[in-house]
Design a protein around this ligand. Sequence first.
Ligand SMILES: C[S@@+](CC[C@H](N)C(=O)[O-])C[C@H]1O[C@@H](n2cnc3c(N)ncnc32)[C@H](O)[C@@H]1O
Length: 289
Amino acid sequence: MSQTESNDHYPMPRDTSETARLNAQHKCLVGAFGFHIHPSIPVASEERKLRVADVACGSGIWLTEIATQYPHAQCDGFDISDKQFPAASDLQSSFGDRVHFHAQDATVEGGYGKDFAGHFDIVAVRLLHISIAGAQWTRAVQNAIALLKPGGYLQWIDWDPHSAHLVQSRPLVAHVAMDQLLGIFKQFLSTMDTGATARLPQEMREGGLMDVRSELFALDADPGWREHFLWTITTVMPDVLAKRAGLMPGGAGDGKDWARLKAVAQEEGKQEGLWVRTEIWCHVGKKPM
Ligand SMILES: C[S@@+](CC[C@H](N)C(=O)[O-])C[C@H]1O[C@@H](n2cnc3c(N)ncnc32)[C@H](O)[C@@H]1O
């Protein structure tokens, strides 16, 4: 369902703090990667309409920036939740009829339906990893490929949350609380599908894509990303884990003094020469003509 068509949802609550976090994260990611669209992907000239989809688009910040950069682009964003979509009136005044958002599960059996099948030149996915598991991965890849026109490109940027670990550039840096947080985080992840990001190129080839290229980025080389990710680990993660611990009594993290753990982790994060490294991949593949 298109948000622009769903007036019965209004007024709806907007998850502005998560939106602000995703938008700040987007700025850091684009700054560190240095591109919105991987340079190996050709972007159609102005004469031909460029059709771009953003799957699991969150606030849609990547997509609306694409719509700004490419005034000939027709853009569709999809997410399982419409909570963070930009307001339809803002989209209309900024982009006319070029940008639409749709509530859609990326892993659904049967895909996105005939209105969107074979519709897009570029389908982008970013940071879906932590939300899906097992067979959902294969369906998400197949559904994304089904959106592509022959000759279209899938760009999938994702991280391996299990790869997150502390590194330091000085001796004797304190990181007890941050170690604990990352340890609990990984216990929570134990039900997820480990290594799915690294398996994506295989899934993309099995889904029929060619020229699959996978690049592993050391984003922590970028100071902006390093600072943002450290903030995420010390400020956002404790709250998320505390909430999950409440939902899973007796599980990892249950009974912890979360406020104290967060405060100590934040102090540790202020030290020089301590940050969190994680693996982030950019995978690109082309649908044969
Ligand atoms: C970490 S956010 C990333 C948002 C955006 N791609 C970005 O990079 O800013 C993950 C997004 O995936 C969405 N999501 C989770 N499970 C999904 C699913 N099965 N289908 C579609 N979207 C999903 C969430 O609602 C959330 O907006």
